[in-house]
Design a binder for this molecule. Sequence first.
Ligand SMILES: Nc1ncnc2c1ncn2[C@@H]1O[C@H](COP(=O)(O)OP(=O)(O)OP(=O)(O)O)[C@@H](O)[C@H]1O
Ligand SMILES: [Mg+2]
Length: 239
Amino acid sequence: MIEVKNLSKSYGTKPAVNGVSFNVQKGDILGFLGPNGAGKSTTMKMITGFLQPSGGTAKVGGLDVATDPVAVKQQVGYLPESAPAYAEMTVGEFLEFVAESRGFRGGDRAAPVQRALRLTNLDTVRHQTIETLSKGYKQRVGFAQALLHDPEVLILDEPTDGLDPNQKNEVRALIKELAQEKAVILSTHILEEVEAICTRIILISEGKVVVDETPAEFQARQPGARLDEIFATLTKSDV
Ligand SMILES: Nc1ncnc2c1ncn2[C@@H]1O[C@H](COP(=O)(O)OP(=O)(O)OP(=O)(O)O)[C@@H](O)[C@H]1O
Ligand SMILES: [Mg+2]
């Protein structure tokens, strides 16, 4: 479903993503790990077509995001790093707006909006403006807009960031359930999240893939060690 080949991005002369390659199949939940500034969000932005690569290709469902950006966006749900804008809209109005821009017209908008509200437990704040929501609820609005059109691919940039422990678990369970029929990439700094739901780990450091393996293989690098200890050894800079 997702094929990334030699993807690169430089800001000025500084490389943020430097020759990243990997594939994601349907049913995979790829845990995208790496220290702050490693290039996770930049890679995700290029796969979703929000940022033009400096080099390499990203394909979704066989379509190149550089040449078919609209078709790719139709297949992808994207939760960006920052909370949703449109602060003065209510949650319901915002999701109606997203449904409209996703091509649902008139009465056809109700069902996907209802589904997104239900899956993310937002029914109770449907009539509240986004600016008055707590951080965790804003995060859920971002998640709701990402899954509204029931896309084949979900790209989730730190989906449980800012959620309380119960909500973290609910969102993880939801991702796991949805992933049976989708290809999912999620970035996270929470290693227990990787253990709980990811079928694969990609660790990137300074814009390069350092690890691409299953959680079991990752653990086998240092049997008995905690994942964060293994993470620390692999990302330690020797400069
Ligand atoms: N718009 C930009 N202009 C210049 N540099 C940028 C820009 N966006 C990102 N960068 C740089 O690119 C590098 C990778 O950033 P990115 O946001 O992809 O990291 P990340 O892995 O998502 O980090 P985090 O865990 O903190 O979210 C960093 O060095 C960052 O400073
Ligand atoms: Mg990031």
